[in-house]
Design a protein around this ligand. Structure first.
Ligand code: SF4
Length: 365
């Protein structure tokens, strides 16, 4: 829908612009209550939760909580255009990022710990989530970027359907630690266009220490292969924006650079060097890392960084990105320094076409 329109004549009024008539609506109210159609599809049940490899089996709809502490209602900490992702994801107008609460991995060095582990995200309705997707689309973001979506896949699926039914469409980016079940990806995440995933560890001992689950290595590799089957190599549009495919992130961990190297070797041997890789040098000893001690309590060294970069070249990867080392991450891109979305940011009014104009599609209520 167009952002243009005639001069506003007050909330709830109508607008005239060219041949199109508009009315102002509270988009969150529309998704939450005004439309019987949306109310009908808004209920979500998560019983016997086995969405991630921990397979807790808890009845979240009845108030039980598993390892990730996710409950019945979806939780969001913040949403908005984000410019800190890889260039085909951020583009020029930003990636429409939704930072979901809770996490299935809970790493000891997590940069997003206030909302991934300490409950700082706010519970919201599926209609609220649809309203956020709508706003991000209307703001001109290039995609919907779902950060740590796994416990909320059923809520997200419905919210995306609501946004789609209202006329908003964007590629969906699944932004994950890589700790996934192939069954869940196939059955609950078939709306995804681009997988932005991690291979975090190559040794079980590191996975157990860093993220409390020795089985991460096998699970992440298996789920990477499932993503590769579902989406394949990264494909860009004529503007260089991601429309489909898989990007594999490799976060260099202090004292464990050889594990990033082993994962690069595994990628080269398993799927080949056409996969887009993103080497990340932004580790900081956040959350519990400083107390845990060496080597988690330091940044990565020049030698560790150089060894991983050298491997990328030697193995022949040609698509991807390598973060500069030693560049401080700006506060607005560093998880634990980012503030939440304010509650009143969910009262956005939007103009929708009343007369079915094809050029200016609006909310179908
Ligand atoms: S999503 Fe949460 S509750 Fe469900 S299996 Fe994973 S950790 Fe357990």
């Amino acid at each position: 829908m167009g952002d243009h329109g005639g001069a506003a004549n007050g909330a709830g009024g109508t607008f005239l612009s060219g041949s199109c008539r508009y009315r102002r609506v509270d988009i969150f109210a529309v998704f939450n209550a005004e439309s019987p159609k949306f109310a009908e599809i808004a209920s979500v049940a998560v019983r016997k939760c086995e969405l991630c490899p921990r397979r807790c089996g808890v009845d979240r709809s009845a108030g039980e909580r598993g390892y990730c502490r996710a409950g019945a209602n979806v939780e969001v900490y913040r949403y908005g255009p984000h410019r800190g992702e890889e260039p085909p994801i951020s583009g020029t107008r930003g990636s429409g990022t939704v930072f979901f609460g809770r996490c299935t991995l809970r790493c000891l060095y997590c940069q997003n710990y206030p909302w991934s582990q300490e409950g700082a995200a706010r519970e919201c309705s599926v209609g609220d989530l649809a309203g956020m997707f709508w706003e991000l689309w209307k703001q001109g973001c290039h995609n919907w970027n779902l950060v740590s979506p796994t416990p909320w896949l059923r809520h997200i699926r419905i919210a995306l359907r609501m946004a789609n039914e209202a006329g908003a469409f964007l590629p969906v980016v699944y932004n994950t630690s890589g700790f996934e079940r192939p069954e869940t990806l196939a059955e609950e995440a078939d709306f995804v266009d681009v997988f932005l995933t991690d291979l975090r560890y190559a040794r079980e001992e590191s996975a157990r220490t860093g993220s409390g689950f020795a089985g991460y290595v096998a699970a992440a590799r298996e789920s990477f292969l499932a993503m590769w089957r579902l989406a394949g190599p990264l494909r860009l549009d004529e503007h260089g924006l991601a429309v489909k495919g898989t990007i594999c992130r490799l976060l260099i961990l202090p004292g464990r650079a050889e594990e990033a190297i082993e994962n690069l070797q595994w990628l080269a041997e398993t799927v080949g060097t056409e996969v887009a890789v993103s080497v990340m040098a932004q580790y900081v000893p956040a959350y519990r890392a400083a107390q845990v001690g060496s080597p988690w309590d330091r940044g990565i060294t020049v030698e560790e960084y150089d060894a991983v970069c050298r491997t990328v070249e030697e193995l022949g990867f040609v698509h991807g990105w390598v973060q500069e080392q030693g560049i401080a991450v700006p506060d607005d891109l560093l998880g634990f320094k980012m503030g939440p979305s304010r509650p009143d940011s969910r009262k956005a009014a939007t103009l929708v076409a009343e007369n079915g104009c094809e050029k200016h599609r609006g909310v179908k209520t």
